[in-house]
Write a protein that binds this ligand. Sequence first.
Ligand code: ADP
Ligand code: MG
Length: 734
Amino acid sequence: MRANGPYGCFVFTDAVKVVARSFYFSTVQDVLASPIEYLKGVGPQRGELLRKELGIATFRDLLFHFPFRYIDRSRFHKVREITEDAQQVQLRGVLGAVKMIGEKQGRRLVASLNDGTGTIELVWFKGIRWLVGSLKPGEEYIVFGKPASFRGKPNLPHPEMELASTWEHGIDASLQPVYNTTEKLAAKGLTGRAIWKLAKALLPQIAGQLPETLGRDQLHLLGGISREEAFRQVHAPQDPERLEVARRRLKFEELFFIQLGLLRQKQATQRNVHGHVFTQVGERLNTFYTKHLPFELTGAQKRVVKEIRKDMGSGRQMNRLLQGDVGSGKTLVGLLSMLIALDNGFQGALMAPTEILAQQHFATLTRMLGGMPVVVRLLTGSTKTAERKSLLTALRLGEVHIIVGTHALLEDRVVFHKLGLVVIDEQHRFGVAQRARLWAKSEVPPHVLVMTATPIPRTLAMTLYGDLDTSIIDEMPPGRKPIRTVHRYDGSRNAVFGFMEQEIALGRQIYVVYPLIEESEKKDGSPSATQDLKDLTDGFESMSRRFPLPNYAVGIVHGRMDQATKDYEMMRFKKGETNILVATTVIEVGVDVPNASVMVIENAERFGLSQLHQLRGRVGRGADQSYCILMTGDKLGNDARTRIETMVRTNDGFVIAETDLRLRGPGDLLGTQQSGLPQLRIADLVEDAALLQQARQVAMRVLEEDPALTEPRHAPIANAMRERADEVVWGRIS
Ligand code: ADP
Ligand code: MG
């Protein structure tokens, strides 16, 4: 079946392509790549639905559609013992009369089930017509579902029903996997249970098709279970112990290959990307350290500076992530690192996410460097044209040593003489692409130090930044008093006002923060931005009435103001001209007003944990005792309560980050789209932290012993890596 092409060569007709494709998929090696519709019991329609709803397009996808839970269906509960808050229950009893009750929207089907210990009501709101015809009163049923409460009594809405007579033969495992499905799929008969059947039907078809991916040593650590056996156990478990071994193996494998990929990437960067070599510790650093530094460095700061110096002297490009809680003194570490660059004849750049922060850094550096011969300049969006021109020229000629700025630094017209180090503050506000543009500013890429005050849980950091070096400042400068955090209900507002009055009398300043959700990020049910804005201005007005001029001054700042007004309000607060600043989260990042000692957070239940922690970090920067007051309404959901309690209990950013991870999951924590996290199908970064640690260590050992993975014992690993190469997109930050 060849057709001649216009130039004498042949082209495949579509028919040939189809034949070729189906032949391709029917060969032994490619069973896993077979379209899901070819699986018995699927077909084109359901296949299309599985693809659309769950992303299951091939046999392989189904194999990797792991159950998220298992139910022990060998056990039966007694009706008498059921409580409303019970998890899933399985009952065995006789079905009573089936009745249709209610009208229109309230129409439902009810039936009773009696198991000899009591009677429970079963109720259905959907699929009524079909059920009426198929349920058989008087027969014994196995009933499975999650109890709910109706008029103070437990009932079972939409239970799974199976005749006891067929059940005995129908289930061949006592452990039943539970699979994710969607409403649309369930409506077409593809319930979780039906997906289980498909998975079981798949198993015999792929027998012998799942080559081992781990070496003997690794398998030994994992109880010796083969890959194929592990998949079989996970989809059709035989007993709980064996299932556990299987799940552990598959989780390990998932985490191991991610770590291996990240570590190999790191290897490659170290081999290929050369960096400026800074060997000198010279004049400027020494002078600054001995004559200008107003305090001792903390142990953690010293250690981190040492790590950075080592990186910058190594001949490789530094790519280091510096994590340190708010107020731990990261800016100083950034400055010291830039001085090392300067001492080696290079320039440094410090980039901040907002104008306010850039100005603040500029002021700090200028002040700290005092009379030293270091030229520091500021470049932001609002730098005047004439000044910018002279600044850019000076920068190009190398007359400016350190430039501090915002995104404006990324513009093409910003050209350096010799850029040696870029310090990026508060990394989560900068996209990967923006950082890449900084790289491009010199032939040999500058060293990069990314500073973040958003602690990332260890497991997440390992997975996300596993190819970067990380430094952690885990020690606060001495003399800081831990911030006292309390939770107050809106009802005790007067007492809170009284406390604010006392603090102001002591000369302190106060932040009052309101949530303001922008229309674009609004979720269903959340108050609108317009309402938020009204709450904020109402709050400002009532604050102004309670703390009136001329004895008091209250300021307001939010994201909808123009930049000049915002800056003006911030400046007034910084200078102490306002006692109270009513604000939104625009003040969240990095702003430093040491005299501010009280942070009042309104509607604290609406903020995420890391945001609360960031906000709290705005106080406690001076020597005074500081306070954070979390105001909430009376009604709190479980998660909100946990967030508030965590804030009250601890000041430790890492503990808070771990809790946040547990509450929100990794995707949400980082912002799903941009997170760069590889998708995990079976492992869980929260639950499997220890296994992740082990997987990373094993991966490191393998690469140490056999960097190119050429030894025969690592052949399965090398093969698996090759296969994965085009599947995985790695998260990177610079
Ligand atoms: P962050 O890590 O949040 O960026 P900063 O760099 O703004 O923290 O530092 C917070 C405050 O602590 C600044 O006022 C800074 O001068 C001060 N500081 C930094 N290091 C020390 C130290 N070793 N001893 C005392 N104060 C320090
Ligand atoms: Mg900072």
